[in-house]
Design a protein. Structure first.
Length: 286
């Protein structure tokens, strides 16, 4: 394993175990670092929440944002890095990716704080919320799912766990110290976990074992490994880009997005009117 890869992997472990930036370091006002893009259809939209990795936003995230908007999803991004004054890539690489500043759990609790206000919007259908995370962001999503699955019993956050219909994880850190390593996911959240089997930064084996552990506890988790694929296999601007793996992952994700948008509809009570089928199918993606 190359030295740079060893440092990155050790950093994930260090951040998870030491918790250098804990929930006590919460930023007092996150609203300035929230980005919400909404389709122009005027409809009530399902919500996709994006968590990029430790180097923050990249061109492949922009591609997903545009794709999701075209498919009728509102797209939410919370810049936990910027909220803490972390804006330079060099600092992210040396401090975040190496675990000196923040863990996935910190970003997870940031989202838990701002999400109720997003769900309260009249143009957001909170009952159809999905999460997508890459690397450090995948770790953040995993910890978030564990957080809301646990807090439902403790009432720590005012979040309806049934709203989280799906989660998409790209090569997350799944090792020692993550909340998901000893926790569980909401049983009704479909989780697709994509990992390159030649990844030397985060370990596919650890994620496969974590997926099995969560499944045994009632979670709906599917591990999908891509032979020959490496970390960042879906980033079309990097040498590690694997077009075949990316297209295979995209096909599975598109199917899940369609299922969430059109099929997983809360059954109306006797006092509710039936869903408007014209509205449901408005903006169907190509």
């Amino acid at each position: 394993m190359k030295l740079r890869q060893q440092v990155a992997l050790f950093g994930f472990i260090l951040a998870a175990v030491s918790g250098n930036c804990t929930s006590n370091d919460r930023v007092s006002d996150l609203t300035s670092f929230v980005s919400l893009s909404v389709p122009r259809s005027g409809a009530v939209n399902p919500l996709a929440i994006l968590f990029p990795g430790c180097l923050n936003w990249h061109p492949h995230h922009t591609r997903w944002k545009k794709r999701l908007l075209k498919q009728g999803y509102a797209v939410l991004y919370l810049d936990s890095f910027g909220a803490r004054g972390i804006t330079k890539k060099s600092v992210m690489r040396t401090q975040v990716c190496t675990g000196n500043l923040m863990s996935g759990y910190d970003r997870a609790t940031d989202l838990a704080e701002i999400l109720p206000n997003i769900w309260a919007r009249s143009d957001i259908d909170q009952t159809k919320t999905i999460l997508m995370g890459w690397s450090h962001g995948g770790w953040s999503v995993s910890d978030f799912l564990t957080l809301v699955a646990t807090s439902r019993e403790k009432n720590a956050f005012d979040l309806n766990v049934d709203n989280f219909k799906a989660a998409i994880l790209f090569y997350p850190y799944c090792g020692v110290g993550t909340k998901a390593s000893s926790g569980r996911f909401p049983p009704h959240t479909k989780v697709l976990l994509f990992h390159g089997l030649e990844d030397r930064i985060t370990k596919a084996r650890e994620c496969r074992l974590q997926a099995k552990s969560i499944a045994r506890k009632g979670g709906d988790v599917e591990f999908i490994g891509f032979s020959g694929a490496r970390h960042w296999f879906d980033n079309h601007t990097e040498l590690a880009y694997d077009r075949v793996a990316t297209l295979q992952a995209r096909a599975l994700i598109d199917a899940e997005l369609e299922l969430v948008k059109f099929s997983r509809i809360n059954v109306p009570s006797s006092n509710d009117s039936s869903p408007d089928l014209i509205q449901l199918y408005d903006g169907v993606f190509q």
